[in-house]
Design a protein around this ligand. Structure first.
Ligand code: UD1
Length: 425
């Protein structure tokens, strides 16, 4: 298995192009199931999770056009002319939990879908009960058979009122996609407001859907008999942008994040400002640099527009070398502190009490051989490695490849001493 070798100490300096958002591209890809006409998506990132989703869609009968390069980057055309399957098998769902995103569109278009239950996951139990409950409100009959969610709506779905007790991103996306083809009106209350949900809503509207309240926590969808062809560009990845902002901060560098949008990173920029880091809009994106000493700052993860759980591990790496202490509280996922033991091996001083981690800053981290456990945990170790004295070797980097496009190339272009080391054959 490949690893990444980092020699810490170089400040990052330069421009980094921000890719299309993984978490927007995944639901956008599944939206192609809602119509027999082509859906062309621009700015699709080249990531392992996108390959997994494409494979799943191909198994369901989707033709995926070979990549072309348009003015906004990579374009993929997906055409679900005639579906030839309704099953998302365990093998793929286990690999990538976002496979659940085929459930709503498949059910709405084909009247039936069978999606494996995702099972355990490194960052907690992550159930799918809210997805199931939402589709039941739209008239689906759902049975759990042999580890699969078997959803049926032989007469088609009908509009209904869905109130989510907890904000769920992919749950909102599944419900929204299903409702676009349901008969009548659907209200989604306590809907997720993440930019990726908004991006999907805009694409669905371009496909002919009627959606009101986009960007609010109350979405109203009036179902249509059919959706049609559309062209849409994936929104830039705010989590990738936030990760590189923290990489610049931890190395005391200065980077310009090309394409990044400050409006999607407001809560992050407020927290980073408290820690002594400035994020300023430029004509092309965002400039990030350290203004003062790095200060310990408390952080609590929350649904958007709060501080994203997907930047919690990276923020913790940054706080490991800040002055004073920082309390980091994770409210979205249980067990999302898998990076703590590895950061400790690099010299960090962190104590975990239930869902909070108390980080006491140390003057310097030291390089070590560390193990990636999940996507965001692994990138936090890369950030720690960029700031550490000596060499860090990051193993199990397939987690990184799931969500970061050419991470080591982008960092090396800004002066980091980082390389991918191929596993010995
Ligand atoms: C999405 C993101 C993920 C991010 C997360 C939170 C994608 C592909 N993934 O994941 O990167 O970390 O949002 O911002 O967009 N829950 C239930 N029952 C359900 C569904 C969720 O109890 O049926 C709980 C979860 O366990 C969690 C909370 O709701 O505690 C929020 O999870 P959710 O927003 O659904 O996360 P995902 O959509 O899976």
């Amino acid at each position: 298995m490949d690893s990444i070798r980092i020699k810490g100490g170089n400040p990052l300096k330069g421009k980094i192009h921000i890719s299309g958002a993984k978490n927007a591209a995944l639901p956008l890809l599944t939206a192609c199931l809602l119509t027999d006409e082509p859906l062309a998506l621009g700015n699709v990132p080249n990531l392992a999770d996108i390959v997994t989703m494409s494979r799943l869609l191909e198994q369901l009968g989707v033709d995926i056009g070979s990549d072309g390069i348009g003015p906004e980057g990579r374009v993929r055309t997906l055409k679900a002319g005639k579906l030839c399957g309704i099953v998302a098998p365990y093998d793929l769902v286990r690999k990538m939990r976002a496979s659940i995103l085929v459930l709503g569109p498949l059910l709405a278009r084909a009247g039936e879908a069978k999606v494996s239950l995702p099972g355990g996951c490194a960052i907690g139990s992550r159930p799918v009960d809210l997805h199931i409950g939402a589709l039941q409100k739209l008239g689906a009959e759902i049975n759990l058979d042999n580890g699969y969610i078997h959803a049926r709506a032989p007469q088609g779905l009908r509009g209904g009122d869905i109130t989510f007790p907890t904000v769920t991103v992919t749950g909102t996306e599944n419900a929204m996609m299903a409702a676009t083809l349901a008969k009548g009106e659907t209200k989604i209350i306590n809907a997720a407001r993440e930019p990726e949900v908004i991006d999907l809503a805009h694409c669905l509207v371009a496909m002919g859907a009627s959606i009101e309240g986009i960007g609010s926590d109350r979405i109203v969808i009036t179902g249509k008999d059919k959706l049609h062809a559309a062209r849409h560009d994936v929104v830039p990845d705010r989590i990738e942008a936030g990760t590189f902002a923290m990489a610049a901060a931890i190395t005391n560098g200065e980077v310009e994040l090309i394409g990044a949008k400050l409006e999607h990173l407001n809560s992050v920029s407020i927290i980073l400002a408290e820690a002594g880091i400035d994020m300023t809009e430029t004509s092309q994106g965002l400039r990030v640099r350290r203004m003062n000493e790095l200060n310990g700052t408390d952080v609590m993860t929350e649904p958007y527009p709060g501080f994203p759980t997907d930047l919690q591990a990276q923020m913790m790496a940054l706080m490991c070398v800040a002055n004073g202490a920082s309390m980091i509280t994770e409210t979205i996922f249980e067990n999302r502190f898998m990076h703590v033991p590895e950061l400790r091996r690099m010299g960090a001083n962190i104590t975990v009490h239930n869902s909070s981690a108390l980080v006491r800053g140390v003057p310097m981290l030291t390089g070590a051989e560390v193990m990636a456990t999940d996507l965001r945990a692994s990138v936090s170790l890369a950030l720690a490695g960029l700031a550490a004295r000596g060499e860090t070797v990051l193993n199990r980097i397939y987690h990184l490849d799931r969500g970061y496009e050419r991470l080591e190339e982008k960092l090396a272009a800004c002066g980091a001493d980082i390389e991918r080391v191929a596993a010995a054959a």
